[in-house]
Design a protein around this ligand. Structure first.
Ligand SMILES: Cc1cc2nc3c(=O)[nH]c(=O)nc-3n(C[C@H](O)[C@H](O)[C@H](O)COP(=O)(O)O)c2cc1C
Length: 175
């Protein structure tokens, strides 16, 4: 699909039909994520996919009610990054923004994720509001990883309206 169309068609979806998310598709999506740029190519993003019924149920139960309702029938991808690497100026010295660079890299990579998912016919919902402790425990995510959003992925139902965006002159200054 043409890139602009893909960007235009992607929306945060909060209603999913019962449908399987194929392991092979998740692998293809993450293969695309691997191509995202990162600080000194540090590639600190890590992903944990809940595709089995049991794993999906575990993540589902750990979500606050509103995100649970929004992601019913979807599968989940948990995203994290290894702290203390992206943002390093030289060994042992971090830039003043610290781990913000790792978060930046993960956000970039997750943009690839949601767009590639859309290309393969899946919809997504990025969820920053989640029970970090429960998810870390279930997937056994090491303490040196900062856990960021859980992303619901599935086959959306209905056509949500596009969210309003700021005007270009509100976000861009050209001199
Ligand atoms: C970092 C981040 C965290 C988010 N957390 C949530 C969330 O917990 N629950 C939710 O329903 N939407 C969440 N969203 C989705 C945003 O509300 C949504 O992207 C925004 O309203 C724009 O709508 P659109 O994605 O349909 O273009 C999150 C998005 C981002 C990027």
């Amino acid at each position: 699909m043409e890139f602009s169309k893909l960007v235009e068609l992607r929306r945060s979806i909060r209603k999913y039909a019962k449908a399987d998310v194929k392991k092979q598709d998740i692998q293809e999506i993450l293969d695309c994520v691997r191509l995202a740029p990162s600080w000194k190519n540090s590639q600190t993003g890590r992903y944990y996919a809940a595709l089995s019924e049991e794993a999906i149920q575990k993540v589902y139960e750990s979500l606050p009610a509103f995100n649970r309702n929004s992601s019913e029938n979807a599968a989940y991808i948990v995203s994290s990054f290894i702290k203390g690497i992206s943002g390093t100026l030289k060994p042992g010295e971090m830039s003043q923004e610290g781990d913000l660079w790792g978060a930046y890299d993960l956000g970039l990579a997750n943009a690839y994720l949601i767009l590639k998912a859309r290309e393969l016919g899946y919809d997504t919902l990025i969820m920053g509001i989640r029970d970090e402790k429960a998810i870390r425990e279930y997937f056994d995510i090491p303490e040196d990883e900062i856990l960021l959003p859980v992303i619901a992925i599935g086959k959306g139902e209905g056509e949500p309206r596009a969210n309003k965006r700021k005007e270009l002159d509100e976000i861009l200054k050209i001199l």
